[in-house]
Design a protein around this ligand. Sequence first.
Ligand code: E4P
Length: 217
Amino acid sequence: MKFFIDTADLAQIKEAQDLGVLDGVTTNPSLMAKVGIQGKEAVMKHYVDICNISTGDVSAEVISTDYEGIIREGEELAKLHKQIVVKVPMIKDGIRAIKYFSSKGIRTNCTLVFSAGQALLAAKAGATYVSPFIGRLDDVSVDGLNLIEEIRVIYDNYGFRTQILAASVRHPMHIIECAKIGADVATCPLSAITALLKHPLTDNGLAQFLVDAKKFA
Ligand code: E4P
């Protein structure tokens, strides 16, 4: 399973990259606003800065919601860097745009996916990635992981090559369950990735080994 980090914070991206397990980055307009990026020029530069830190795919989201606007923005984003994947919302014009991008060899991430039917459409349009938001489903008492399972079955039934990118991941158990189901990617906050490192028996065991090591040092 690939690990993407879900942030626009350059320090966090660098920390995850330095860990050696990072496969890419996802951003969205809220994450860009959170780090104080404003204005088109600054936004475009920030995407390039992210690409220069990460060695993997970097999802950059379009703001337009009409077909022509999505195409214009997506083509501009794709030209920025070879690692850019154009993130397109799951709306009618978005699906049409994904189909167009797919025919032009521009990679896409279909975002804001909350149902198996939406994921099926994204795959048929040729999306490179589909992003089901599991945490936001859990927030409204719907099992987000169940959606990942449904999409896995559907994609496997027909050999769709669209990668399931579990998004809106909130904690390490989301990552582990996604790995068990067979999600291709999980995009996570840094805290969820580093939480995978932790186990009290590891800490206790290491402390004891270090105490014992002093006996023969
Ligand atoms: C990533 O592609 C999504 O935009 C992101 O995971 C959404 O996460 P949130 O529900 O924590 O905002």
